[in-house]
Design a binder for this molecule. Structure first.
Ligand code: ADP
Length: 397
């Protein structure tokens, strides 16, 4: 079966067409600037050059039509419309309602709407993507795959905030966690690579990208993760603060005479390694170059990022009671031997040692720990689209 995977944002839409049998990507692409002037679709059929088509996209319906056109047109199309057997949608927030992927029906759409206040920027955009696909591909089964689902196994002591309990009961204020599809994919793959049963393993997954989060996975189940009610909590990220004292918000508002919205913009978009490096960059490639060249601001940013990751690894080691393997994934985790080394050099407390030669790997599965290491250190590239395609196939075959 050919599965169309859709990741719909407010002004962009990423897609991949995946063959469920071979798990090959048949075509992948992106619609940019939906509802904005200058919109275009960029896509790459497997084994061919990138194709860019400028085309007005007043709304997501038109974007989905253009995706279908790109996939099925006579010149560079890769399938006929009736070959697309199912669509998998990435949904950011499933609240407490969704603990796994589900086939989309009216009730599911209503439930995704009901938790939209927990992800006001993302869930409405995800719903627009579902509705646009229903319009353009009526009758094709669709599946919702939630970023939060994998973390629903966290125990209450890990997900609850130290607020009056009524705020959890009234508003659902608790820690949910994100990147769940990635944490799930990587933890399962790690068990396969190690040739062990997931039920016997205690893992820490470090998803280090522009957004970054850690999870502690015990016997295949998530017991803690670093993001919270929103993806702002936890690690220092590309442009997000991660954990801060909430009083900082009020303090800045008073000092700068600014609004809550201003400060939320600051902590989400102007902070993290970007803000710490005096706005040098949020991209770790730039920061690494500057760090190596002796730039103190880049060093400050990367060192603070690394310190926070190590601190979380320490706390998750305590939560798990033992750690068998630490997995690095996502843009930085898969590609930056430099950042991995800075992190791993601080892990002597769990007896971890790094094999510097193996650590040169980029974007490939590799065991990077030394022969004497008490904990396996490994690079496990994530593949959220494949995970979505697998869940979609399993529910629609
Ligand atoms: P997201 O999906 O959150 O946008 P990614 O997982 O794609 O993030 O990671 C993007 C980040 O990965 C980039 O901002 C960059 O910092 C980092 N990155 C990608 N390639 C490299 C590399 N070769 N070396 C260091 N960092 C890299």
């Amino acid at each position: 079966m050919k599965i169309l995977v859709i990741n719909c944002g407010s002004s962009s839409l990423k897609f991949q067409l995946i063959d469920s049998a071979s798990e090959d990507v048949i075509c992948k692409g992106l619609c940019e600037r939906i509802g904005i002037d200058g919109s275009r679709i960029v896509y790459t059929p497997a084994g061919k050059d990138k194709i860019i088509k400028e085309s007005p996209m007043p709304d997501h319906n038109r974007a989905i039509e253009l995706v279908i056109e790109a996939l099925t047109n006579k010149e560079d199309g890769v399938v006929s419309l009736d070959e697309i057997g199912a669509v998998g949608h990435r949904i950011v927030h499933g609240g407490e309602k969704f603990t796994k992927s589900v086939v989309i029906d009216d009730e599911v759409i209503k439930a995704i709407e009901d938790v939209s206040d927990l992800a006001p920027l993302h869930n409405p955009a995800n719903l627009i993507g579902i509705r646009a696909c229903q319009k353009v591909m009526p009758g094709v089964p669709m599946v919702a795959v939630f970023d939060t689902a994998f973390h629903q196994t966290m125990p209450e002591e890990a997900y609850i905030y130290g607020l009056p309990y009524s705020y959890y009961e009234k508003y659902g204020i608790r820690r949910y966690g994100f990147h769940g599809t990635s944490h799930s994919f990587v933890s399962k793959r790690a068990a396969e690579i190690l040739g062990k049963n997931a039920a016997d393993l205690k893992l820490i997954v470090c998803h280090l990208g522009n957004g970054a989060s850690l999870s502690a996975v015990d016997g295949g189940k998530c017991i803690d993760t670093s993001m919270g009610l929103t993806p702002l909590e936890g690690l220092i990220m590309g442009t997000r603060t991660g954990d801060i004292d909430p009083s900082v918000v009020e303090f800045i508002m008073k000092k700068e005479n600014s609004t809550v919205a201003d400060v939320m913009n600051l902590v989400n978009k102007k902070s993290g390694v970007f803000g710490l490096s005096n706005d040098l960059s949020s991209d770790f490639r730039d920061l690494e170059d500057a760090y190596v060249a002796g730039n103190p601001a880049a060093k400050r940013a990367v060192d603070a990022f690394v310190y926070r990751v190590v601190k979380y690894i320490g706390s998750y080691t305590a939560a798990l009671g033992r750690v068998d393997a630490i997995c690095f994934t996502a843009g930085v985790g898969e590609n930056s031997g430099f950042v991995r080394k800075l992190i791993c050099d601080k892990l002597q407390f769990i007896g971890a040692t790094l094999n510097e030669e193996a650590n040169k790997v980029r974007g490939k599965e590799e065991i990077i720990s030394g022969a004497d290491s008490k904990v396996t250190l490994m690079v496990v590239p994530t593949n959220e689209e494949l995970a979505i395609a697998r869940d979609t196939y399993a529910l629609c075959k």
